[in-house]
Write a protein that binds this ligand. Sequence first.
Ligand code: ADP
Ligand code: MG
Length: 502
Amino acid sequence: MARAELMDFDEALEKFEPVIGLEVHIELNTKTKMFSAAANPANTENHDAEPNTLVAPVDMGLPGSMPAVNAEAIRKSITLGLALGCSIAPSSRFARKNYFYPDLGKNYQISQYDEPIAFEGSVEVDLGDGETVVVPIERAHMEEDAGKLTHMGGAAGRIQGASSSLVDYNRAGVPLVEIVTHPIFGAEHRAPELAKAYLATIRDIAIATGISEARMERGNVRCDANVSLRPRGTEKLGTRTETKNVNSMRSVERAVRYEIQRQAVILASGGTITQETRHWHEDTGETSPGRPKSDADDYRYFPEPDLLPVAPSEELIEELRAALPEAPAVRRRRLKAEWDFTDLELQDVVNGGLLNEVEATVAAGAAPQTARKWWTGEITRVANAQEREPAALVAPEQVASLQKLIDDGTLTDKLARQVLEGVIAGEGTPQEVVDARGLAVVSDDGALIAAIDDALAAQPDVLEKIRGGKVQAAGAIIGAVMKAMKGQADAARVRELILERA
Ligand code: ADP
Ligand code: MG
């Protein structure tokens, strides 16, 4: 449906209540794959490997090959389950999900079906302006990723119109955890935002626990967004669509919003929603039909006969629980209070992905507000211009020592920006840049007085005005002195001296 045909979002919300359900796949950053000793490409170390070079017989489903469970993947899955507030099953097992696709050499995917390793939890999601929503988690189960198909000759890499397809089995067997929410009610007009914030929270949890590199652009985190509408005042859930592989936070928000507006048009005109998967198109901002998907799709699941049940000991679970980091939402709340930030100030830092940087800068001695301003202001500006990450430009300790030079009067804000530029260019620490470039404020009153006397002599009319009580006329002299000092003077001190001299 073209965007022009969509129902207005607010009108759609008046007529219908949106219900969403999110399925997030996370690639674990283990050294090796889920069931084989092949190196894991979801790990930066192996990420750039040539196609089909990280493949063991098990990943290809070659005759006689036998899977063995990766203990590191189990530990990381349990850690993730615990971080999602889930119960960990004392015993869970793998199942075969049978279907054919060229990226699946074995003709079945090993997954967990009726016995997931983690179940029934919840995640607190912060919408950024102080409102939080508790998202109920149904399950988090382990499975293996499939290989990757690249379609050649068609438009935008799609299979439609392609003349050939390439298969890369490097990704086959990469350990995945799929996190499935219960249907989420009550988000109303914030449902699209919630989908985005939920994905961000899951990513933050994955990074904080160290279970995944969680690089969205590499597909380490992938989201399927289920959306349905029900008429206001009715109980029965509407038919859902499942928009597959929406792989950026912005896209998931847009895709949910689009589906709400699209389904509203169909339902309002008496039509019915087809239960199906849909594709998201980043360029047009639309979804299009994928394949019909009924709840009774039969994958002939049966217990995987080549693997034992996973039965983690109580000690292991408690050891992993004790090692859990602070939950992202809790950490934000704590830092916001410690730093005395407004919602907007904290949101700025979080949206810029700069929480760690600001925290480290404060730890190195800077006041929270100045740390925030450096990172979300000048450093972000330079990073955008250079198309780099702010954190890659300068270390938090250097930002703190730069601020110290302002606080002790060595630098003005303007000079400090020049020093920052030097630090980013690799000229050394802030103090070294100040020394090498001769950027310190001129604090020698003698030099300032000489420049003031010159300026007053050159502008006798201004001198008269000042003497006549028009103190604001001093501005012209301050300007001349700052120019003579190449900006390296403290304007307040210059002003004091002018009034003394006039
Ligand atoms: P599937 O096999 O179709 O992927 P899952 O159980 O893995 O099924 O995931 C389905 C997701 O859709 C869950 O997050 C679930 O809460 C959600 N869901 C189920 N019914 C609805 C509905 N009517 N509207 C919105 N979301 C739904
Ligand atoms: Mg699913």
